[in-house]
Design a protein around this ligand. Structure first.
Ligand SMILES: [Zn+2]
Length: 270
């Protein structure tokens, strides 16, 4: 993996939308690094975009996403509230389900006892066969219900813990990108943008589509959006993003993330 071209295969060519690659040019006195389109039928094919220029522009985009403490804290508090409410609801419905299953188990056990009684009193082969078959079915149901009863519900990951591991990235993606190793840099790229941005040699970046967490913070900081007006659906996507990102950030420790953007683009009517 070439560490000197972190944007390689991430940024696309504005003309043909294919990914850019990076190369070294051999000048008379010095080598210099550049990015370029390598799609042979594209008019931008091979035309150099200096590494310094595109990475500088990219840094500017990231710097523009820096979140102030107040917005970060308010967003965290609000998201935490929504998460708590969600957990409570899930716990309530898990409790209801457990109660239903416990009632069902009781019924099955009563039926089994009744059938065992009947079995003891009959001599007809046909009836015996039928009762035994039914007993077997109920016995299977009973085992399933018994097992469900002993299974503890999956523990909830604390929102606060997940938020903490992505807080720095949320608040200042530029710092994480600048200081990170290549895998982390590439992860940041894929988390910040909903779609890989395109770049033109003359005009720079095209339209930037941010992933939901940055979209929210940017609009909140620009006074275009109040946190209380964000629909629940978007908050759910936000929570999902925080948990997923925390997992990815932990897993990225030296590993190259695979695939396309993983930013959970669902904006839920923002
Ligand atoms: Zn191109």
């Amino acid at each position: 993996m070439r560490t000197e071209f972190p944007l390689r295969h991430f940024i696309s060519c504005h003309t043909c939308q294919r990914p850019l690659t990076g190369s070294w040019s051999r000048g008379r006195t010095a080598r210099y690094a550049y990015y370029h389109c390598y799609n042979k039928v594209c008019e931008q094919y091979g035309k150099a975009i200096p590494k310094k220029t595109i990475e500088g522009d990219f840094s500017c985009e990231l710097q523009g996403l820096q979140m102030d403490d107040q917005t970060l804290n308010a967003t965290c508090v609000m998201a935490q509230d929504i998460w708590k409410h969600k957990v409570q609801q899930e716990e309530r419905s898990a409790h209801q389900k457990a109660q239903q299953e416990s009632r069902r188990l009781q019924t099955v056990e009563e039926d089994l006892n009744g059938l065992a009684d009947k079995l003891g009193r009959t001599r007809s082969e046909i009836v015996i066969n039928r009762l035994e078959k039914r007993i077997e079915e109920l016995e299977n149901q009973r085992l399933v219900l018994e097992e469900a009863k002993t299974k503890a519900p999956a523990p909830h990951v604390e929102f606060g813990t997940a938020f903490q591991s992505v807080q720095k990235l949320l608040q200042n993606p530029y710092i994480t990108w600048k200081e990170g190793d290549l895998p982390l840099r590439r992860l940041v790229q894929r988390l910040v943008f909903a779609t890989p941005p395109s770049y033109d040699r003359n005009s720079g970046f095209g339209t930037i589509e941010l992933s939901l967490p940055y979209l929210i913070s940017r609009r909140v900081m620009a006074d275009e959006l109040r946190l209380v007006d964000i629909p629940l659906e978007s908050w759910n996507s936000y929570l999902e993003a925080v948990f997923k990102w925390a997992e990815l950030v932990e897993a990225t420790d030296g590993q190259e993330p695979q695939g396309s953007p993983i930013s959970l683009t669902q904006s839920g009517g923002l």
